[in-house]
Ligand binder design. Sequence first.
Ligand SMILES: Nc1ncnc2c1ncn2[C@@H]1O[C@H](COP(=O)(O)OP(=O)(O)OP(=O)(O)O)[C@@H](O)[C@H]1O
Ligand SMILES: [Mg+2]
Length: 249
Amino acid sequence: MIKVDFKNVTKTFEGRIEVLKGICLQLHNGESHIILGQSGCGKSVLMKCLLGIIPITSGDIVVDGISVLDKKQRRQYMRKFSVLFQGGALFDSMTVLENVEFALNQINHDAKTCRSIAEEKLIAVGLDQNIFTRYPAEISGGMQKRAALARALAMAPEVIIFDEPTSGLDPITGGVVCNLLKDTIAGTGITAITITHDLKVAEFLADRVSVLNKGHIEWTGKESEMSRCGNEFVERFFRASKGIINHRK
Ligand SMILES: Nc1ncnc2c1ncn2[C@@H]1O[C@H](COP(=O)(O)OP(=O)(O)OP(=O)(O)O)[C@@H](O)[C@H]1O
Ligand SMILES: [Mg+2]
C-alpha cells in the first residue's frame, strides 16, 4: 500500500531557481525510506513541503488519500507526522520529562495519561529515571537525541521523519542512535523517512533509498544495488561516500 505519494512536486522560492523540479516518489506503508543527497540539493525543502510547513509551487502530495493542499483536512494530515529534528530541538527551559509531556498535552491527553506515556517512551529509548528531571543542557548530545525521539514517538505518528539523525554526534554515539532508530521502528508499522548525506545511515536503516540531485530523484532502489545501479551520479555519490576518489573524474 502506498502511504505517501509525491506527485510531480515542484518548489520555487520567489526570484530563485526551482529547488524541486518535479518530484515523483511513492513511499510504501511501513517502510524505512532514506533520502540521500548532497548539501543544498533540497532534502530539507522536500520534507518541509511534505509536512505542509512551506507551500508547494505545483503538483500534489497525498498521504493516505489526504492532500497537503486540502485545507479542510489539514489537522488530520498534520497529525500523521512526527519529526526528529536535526538538533533535537528540545525546549531548554523544560526538563526531559516536561518536554515529552508538553508535546502530549498538545493532543489533549489528561495530565496523568501524559505522565505515564512520557515515562513509558523515555524508558523505551533507554533513558534512566534519574535523567527525567534534568534539563537538556545537563545531558549529552546522544541523550538529547533519545529524549527527542521519545517525544516524537509519544505523538503516535504514522509517519516519522528523521532529519540528519547522526549529525553532530561522534561515530560511536551516531551508531548507537542508528541502532535505536532501527529498533524503535521495527515491527511498529510506522513509515520512516530519514534525510541524510551519510551513506552509513542508509546502509543501516534503509529498506529503500532515493537519491536526490538538483531537484530530481535520480534513482530509487535498495542500498545494496546502489553501487551498480547504472546512474552515473548515484554511482559517483556511492564511491565518494566510501572514500573512493577518482582523480580523473
Ligand atoms: N526559505 C527559502 N528561501 C529561499 N531559498 C531557500 C529557502 N529554503 C531553502 N532554500 C534553498 O533551497 C536549496 C535547498 O536547500 P535545502 O535546505 O533543502 O538543502 P539540503 O539538501 O537540506 O542541504 P543540507 O544537506 O545542507 O541540509 C538551497 O539552495 C537553499 O538555499
Ligand atoms: Mg537539510
